[in-house]
Design a protein around this ligand. Structure first.
Ligand code: ATP
Ligand code: MG
Length: 388
C-alpha cells in the first residue's frame, strides 16, 4: 500500500502576517519527528501539511510520531492510488475495511483538486458511496452526522483516501513562542509542566539540580530518561545538570532550618537565570502548584523568584494532583517519575519549613551565606548532556 500523511494545522491558521513563519516552524518540527522513519517530502498547502514518503520510508511509523507534534489539530494516514474510479473504490474497500465494518453509518466526501478529472466531486461521492453500500449492506448512508466519513481527494499526482482523522496534539509549533529552561526534578509535576510549555510553542531546555552523593546516580539517570522521554514532544534533545551539593550543604549548615526550602529555591532561581543568559533562554518553567507543599504558598512563591527578573511560568499552578497525574500517564512520564530515587530537595527537606517566609528574614539569612560565590561556582560547573 502507498501512503501519505495529512496534518491539519491548528491555531496557526488564525495567525496573520507571520503565519508563514509558524508554518515553516511546524514543517521543520515534522521533518525532525519523521526523520527516524526514512525520507519524506514535507510541504504545506491550504492549512494542511503533506508528508509523503519516498521509497522505503515507514509511513505508518511516521504517522504515529506525528501524533505528538504540537501545532496539529487532526491527522490522517491516507492510502494513495491511481486516479481511476475502479482503483479508488478497490483501495477504499481494502484500506478502510475495518472502519466500514465497525461503523453503522457513513458517507463519502470527495474533493477534486485536479479539475481535469472527468467526474465532479458529487459524482465521485455517489459512485464510491454506492459501491461501498452494496459491499457493506449494514451501513446506512447519513450525510449529516455519519459515524464514518470516507474522504477521497483527487490531486494532480494521485488519489488520496482516508477515514475519520485522529486527534492531533494541538497547541503551537515548538519554538514559535521562544525558548525557556525547565526546572526538571525527578517528580511527577515538572515533566508535565515541560510538556504543557512545549505545547504552547516553547522550545524547552531541561535543567536539573543534582546533589551527589546525597542523591544517587540513579536519580540523575531517572531525570535524564524523563528529559529523553519528553523529546518526542519537541523538547530540546539535551539536559543540563547543575552540581548542587555545595549549595545544599551551605544552607544546611549556615541557615535556619525552617528557611532551608525557600533558600534552596532562591539559589535555584538565580542559577537558572544565569543559565538562561548563557543559552539565550527567556523564561523559567517550574512544576509548582498552589498549596501543594510548604514552598508553594503564595508567600513562598513571591519570595522564591523575587531575586530574578526573568518571567517564571508555572503551567500547573491551578491543576489538581489528579489532573497532573492523568497527563503524566498520557505522556509516558508517570512510570519514570514513580521510580523510587530521592530528589535533592527531599533529602534536605526541613522538619518544619516556613509556609509564610518573610522576605526580610530570608534576605538576612541569605546574607550570612556566600550566595554569589556559590551561584557562580555552580553555574561554571553546569554540565550539558546531549542525547543522540
Ligand atoms: P515535582 O513533582 O516536579 O518534583 P513537587 O510537587 O515535588 O514538584 P517541589 O519538590 O517543591 O514540588 O519542586 C517544585 C518545583 O521546583 C519542581 O516542579 C521543579 O520545577 C523544581 N525543582 C525541584 N527540585 C528540583 C531539582 N532537583 N532540579 C530541578 N528543578 C527542581
Ligand atoms: Mg519534587
Amino acid at each position: 500500500m502507498q501512503y501519505a500523511i495529512l496534518l491539519k494545522q491548528g491555531e496557526i491558521v488564525l495567525k496573520g502576517q507571520n503565519r508563514r513563519a509558524f508554518e515553516a516552524r511546524l514543517e521543520a518540527n515534522v521533518r525532525r519527528a519523521v526523520l527516524p522513519f526514512g525520507a519524506f517530502d514535507v510541504y504545506s498547502k491550504q492549512s494542511v501539511v503533506y508528508v509523503t514518503p519516498q521509497a522505503g520510508a515507514d509511513a505508518p511509523g511516521a504517522f504515529e510520531a506525528c501524533r505528538d507534534v504540537f501545532g496539529i489539530v487532526s491527522l490522517s494516514l491516507c492510502a494513495v492510488c491511481g486516479k481511476d474510479m475502479d482503483e479508488i473504490y478497490e483501495t477504499a474497500r481494502q484500506y478502510l475495511e475495518k472502519e466500514l465494518t465497525a461503523a453503522k453509518s457513513f458517507k463519502v466526501e470527495a474533493r477534486r483538486a485536479d479539475k481535469a478529472f472527468p467526474k465532479t466531486s458529487i459524482e465521485i461521492s455517489q459512485d464510491i458511496g454506492g459501491r461501498l453500500s452494496d459491499e457493506f449492506p449494514h451501513l446506512a448512508v447519513d450525510v449529516h452526522n455519519p459515524e464514518l466519513t470516507v474522504k477521497v481527494e483527487i490531486r494532480e499526482e494521485a488519489a488520496f483516501l482516508h477515514g475519520n482523522p485522529a486527534l492531533g496534539a494541538g497547541g503551537l509549533p515548538v519554538g514559535s513562542s521562544g525558548r525557556a529552561a525547565l526546572l526538571l526534578s525527578g517528580g511527577i509535576d515538572s515533566p508535565v509542566a515541560g510538556y504543557l510549555a512545549a505545547k504552547r510553542g516553547l522550545s524547552v531546555f531541561p535543567l536539573h539540580f543534582f546533589s551527589y552523593p546525597y542523591t544517587s546516580n540513579d536519580a540523575k539517570e531517572k531525570v535524564l530518561s524523563l528529559a529523553r522521554r519528553l523529546t518526542r514532544f519537541g523538547l530540546e534533545g539535551r539536559a543540563a545538570i547543575v552540581p548542587f551539593t555545595r549549595v545544599q550543604e551551605a544552607i544546611a549548615k549556615g541557615a535556619p532550618d525552617e528557611l532551608g526550602t525557600i533558600l534552596t529555591r532562591r539559589f535555584m532561581s538565580k542559577i537558572a537565570e544565569a543559565f538562561c543568559g548563557k543559552f539565550h533562554l527567556e523564561a523559567l518553567i517550574t512544576g509548582e502548584n498552589l498549596g501543594q507543599v510548604a514552598s508553594q504558598t503564595l508567600q513562598s512563591l513571591a519570595v522564591t523568584a523575587q531575586n530574578i527578573a526573568l518571567p517564571v511560568l508555572r503551567p500547573l499552578i491551578c491543576y489538581d494532583k489528579r489532573e497532573i497525574t492523568e497527563i503524566a500517564r498520557k505522556i509516558g512520564t508517570f512510570e519514570i517519575s514513580s521510580l523510587p530515587y530521592e530528589d535533592c530537595c527531599t533529602v534536605f527537606t526541613p522538619q518544619r519549613p516556613a509556609t509564610k517566609p518573610k522576605l526580610e528574614r530570608v534576605l538576612a539569612a541569605e546574607k550570612k551565606l556566600p550566595f554569589d560565590e556559590l551561584v557562580a561556582e555552580a553555574v561554571s560547573a553546569i554540565e550539558v548532556i546531549t542525547f543522540s
